[in-house]
Design a protein around this ligand. Structure first.
Ligand code: GLN
Length: 201
């Protein structure tokens, strides 16, 4: 769990529910031995400021580039995007071929809940809690859109990243966390087979 700020404990509970052990990451060294990372919601500018100072952003990027699976929700999705539409530059992890629009559905007053169909997860739809949520404005060919709301992609994945504009950790629905943890297990298993020390935990 990236624990610089944001909705950390709710994700920890969700991950525990699907059988994962977690640890809090605040500094680059905390990434050692981790098999996967969740970047929670919060405020992406604050993440960027705090994590930028400690060198955490490039350290996270390096691990993802080396194949570590990551789940990013809301501000976590923003942190993983390669770019932000209509906003000034801000520090990001980057690397995912999406451009996101922050606060795309409106500001705080426009937080809302909606059923979101996620075909990759089957029925029923997920209950999406959107809090000053971004949407995906543009996505490259490496991106599989997992869900849309109001005609805009709100969840997606590529080979290492799963992102959602809403907050699955705030509902009892663990299907997206399970999808992520299954990826973590598969990638950690593959690395162990190659004899790598990464994924020792
Ligand atoms: N509006 C926030 C941002 O732009 C994201 C909100 C959230 O994570 N709930 O960073």
């Amino acid at each position: 769990m990236l624990a610089v700020q944001g909705a950390v404990s709710e994700h920890e509970a969700a991950l525990a529910d699907v059988g994962a052990r977690t640890r809090r990451v605040r500094a680059p060294g905390d990434l050692d031995g981790l098999d996967g990372l969740v970047i929670p919601g919060g405020e992406s500018t604050t993440f960027g400021l705090v994590a930028g100072e400690s060198g955490l952003l490039p350290a996270v990027r390096g691990r993802i580039d080396a194949g570590m699976p990551v789940l990013g929700t809301c501000a976590g999705m923003i942190m993983l995007a390669d770019g932000i539409a209509g906003g000034g530059p801000q520090p990001l992890v980057g690397g995912m071929d999406i451009v996101v629009r922050r606060n795309a559905f409106g500001r705080q007053v426009h937080s809302f809940e909606a059923d979101v169909e996620v075909p990759a997860l089957g029925a029923p739809p997920m209950r999406g809690i959107f809090i000053r949520a971004p949407w995906i404005e543009a996505a490259g060919p490496s991106i599989e859109v997992l869900a849309e709301h109001g005609g805009h992609p709100v969840a997606a994945r590529d080979a290492t990243r799963i992102v959602a504009a809403f907050h699955p950790e705030l509902t009892g629905d663990r299907r997206l966390h399970r999808m992520f943890v299954e990826r973590v297990r598969a990638s950690a298993g593959a690395q162990h087979k190659e004899g790598s020390v990464v994924g020792a935990q």
